[in-house]
Every structure is written in C-alpha cells, then in structure tokens.
Design a protein around this ligand. Structure first.
Ligand SMILES: *[C@@H]1O[C@H](CO)[C@@H](O)[C@H](O)[C@H]1NC(C)=O
Ligand SMILES: *[C@@H]1O[C@H](CO)[C@@H](O)[C@H](O)[C@H]1NC(C)=O
Length: 219
C-alpha cells in the first residue's frame, strides 16, 4: 500500500479541488438567447476624464452594463477600491456573427483609446475581455499604435479562445489569462465541465483579476 505523508495529502486535495467542476453560476434572465446581439447603450459610455478606465468587451450575448458575468463584477470590485476608476462598455453587438462583430469592437476600443488619450493625456487603461470579448481585445491590439501601449496598465482575458497565443511583446507582462477548470473554449485538451466557460463570475476569478488590475494601475 502506498503511504502518503500529511503534506502530500494536502497537495493532492488541493489538486482535486482545483480540478472539480465549477457549480452552475445561474443566468441573468434578461440575457438574450445565445447568439443574439446585445444592443449597445451609448448612455452607458462615460464622458470627460478619469484617472483610469477599464474597457470591457462582453462575451457573446452577455447582458448587463459591462457584461453581467465578468465585466460587471470585476469593474464593480475595482471601482469600489480604486478612486477615479470607471468602466467603459465596448460598443459591439457580441452576437454569433463574429466575423462582422469583432472588427466593430476592435475599432471601438482603438478609437476610445485614441480619443481619450487626446482629451485626457493622463488617463490610463485596462482592457478586459470575456470569450468573444477577448478576441475583440486581441484584434484591437493590431489597431492601437504602440505609442499608446504604455497607457495600457493591464489586460485580463477570461475563457479566451486564443488562450496563450502571443500578444505584442511590450504588453506580455501586463496580461492575465484566466482559464477555468473545464472551460474547453480556452483549454481544449482539458477536462470538460458544463459550466466551465461561465464560471468566471465566481469570486475566485473576480478577485484575482481585481487584484491584478489594481496592482497594474499603481505600477
Ligand atoms: C467583490 O464584489 C462582491 C459583490 O459585490 C463582494 O461580495 C466581494 O466582497 C467583493 N470583493 C472584494 C475583494 O472587494
Ligand atoms: C488544460 O487542462 C489540463 C487538465 O484538465 C491541464 O493539465 C493543462 O495544463 C491545461 N492546459 C493549459 C494550457 O492550461
């Protein structure tokens, strides 16, 4: 019989917990059926300057101001602890039509950084994207001039279909990639869990990302 010491048992227990399938996080009843567009609300776009702005690209058909699964809790937590931080909802349809929607979102992110940088030279940014939203942010990085990269303090992806694909070198150290247990969208070789891809709303991911964004702002 194999004998395990106490430390090994703790280690194996931690691995087992880490690999357990996430619980069902529930669903916003106002979320449109999967694949349907979410109507952007220009009224949610903040005006004027702030020290720090978190641009959130929602996942496919995700309702809520910044995205109820990821953007809303993350921005809610960061703004609660960081004076002068605010959110910006990336204006794109987030429908199943990725081919037309992603370029719209990417252009919106690039335009927002350019116009805010002109208007508010001291403003800095975090770019967050969930699922299709991560693809939007990745596509935006091809449009944003490298001269603005120093203003990007952090990037945070959740359930990124291009998980671990490279981004511009100047930004690599500022990227946090969240990939949950059982999320086959970011890890196709991992185990599959029914709620893996929608589990980023849990504090484990929200608070990790909050800490990363707050740290990045101060860096
Ligand atoms: C984040 O927000 C949630 C929901 O509002 C709250 O329960 C939690 O305590 C917050 N966490 C931190 C670290 O601020
Ligand atoms: C994918 O998940 C498996 C376990 O399910 C893990 O061993 C592997 O490291 C993961 N791959 C990546 C790139 O995170």
């Amino acid at each position: 019989m194999v004998r395990l010491d106490f430390a090994s048992i703790l280690f194996l227990a931690a691995v087992a917990v880490g690999q357990r399938c996430p619980a069902n996080p529930g669903r916003d009843p106002s979320e449109p059926p999967f694949g349907q567009p979410v109507t952007p609300r220009p009224g949610d776009v903040p005006s004027g300057c702030s020290p720090f702005e978190i641009l959130s690209a929602r996942g496919t058909s995700e309702s809520g101001k910044f995205g109820y699964r990821v953007g809303d809790p993350v921005i809610g937590n960061v703004t609660a602890v960081l004076n002068g931080a605010r959110g910006y909802p990336v204006q794109y349809p987030a429908s199943i039509d990725f081919d037309s929607g992603i370029p719209i979102g990417a252009r919106d992110v690039a335009n927002r950084l350019a116009s805010q940088s002109r208007l508010c030279p001291d403003q800095t940014f975090s770019l967050i994207g969930y699922s299709q939203g991560a693809m939007v942010i990745r596509a935006a990085l091809d449009l944003i001039p490298a001269s603005l990269f120093p203003k990007i303090k952090s990037l945070v992806f959740f359930g990124d279909p291009y998980y671990q694909d490279p981004i511009p070198g100047a930004l690599t150290a500022k990227l946090l990639e969240n990939c949950a247990t059982g999320d086959n969208i970011c890890n196709s070789s991992g185990t599959y869990c029914p709620y893996g891809h929608v589990s980023y709303t849990f504090p484990q991911w929200v608070e990790l990302s909050e800490a990363f964004i707050v740290e990045g702002f101060a860096a």
